[in-house]
Design a protein around this ligand. Sequence first.
Ligand code: SIN
Ligand code: MN
Length: 222
Amino acid sequence: MSALIPRPPSVIAPGAVHVPGWLTLAQQRRLVEACRGWAGSPVPMRNTALPRGGVMSVQTVCIGWHWQPYRYTRTAGDVNGERVAPFPDWMVDLGRRAVLAAYRDEAAAGEYSPDTALINFYDERATLGMHQDKDERAGDPVVSLSIGDSCVFRVGNTATRTRPYTDIELESGDLFVFGGPSRYIYHGVPRVRAGTGDPATGLPRGRLNITMRVTGLTDTDR
Ligand code: SIN
Ligand code: MN
């Protein structure tokens, strides 16, 4: 539908910008292909175990740095002990172009150097509770790319995981950037709209989300 009814970019909160339909179909296909490779090896995509028991309903694989609740390491000690795949230069470029598209700020875009991405796969039942991205030591923006099924994305506030929040729809190809005063907003995915994705992306079902971040870590921090 987004091709027929263009949705303009919108500032949801200061520093939190939604750019609908930012990725072309070809870019989405390329990302799906890359993510499919990373989902298999060197560290398989899995449902992350939570420290108090239980597992996340979302399936995750990381590149650059491995995230597990609530820290980053180079190796996936809670999965198979392997070092995660490197963060590719083309993804750094994509992150910079994303920051430029959201903020229209050449300097901010040029400085942006993401070194990790969490790649999340949502089946029709998966959800992601309200949380802050706060395990990074740097305050650079988070760049989020969505492919496949649409979802409700809940954009909260920085003080509490409850109201006030704004629910928006993230569709395939959408970009969402949160930085500046919105860098530490609570956010989550209460609902995926099963069957709304276009299989032409290469993803026959479900939702893929890629969040790029700057960890602020160096290898001496491991
Ligand atoms: C996340 O908060 O890590 C993922 C957000 C999303 O799936 O849109
Ligand atoms: Mn998050």
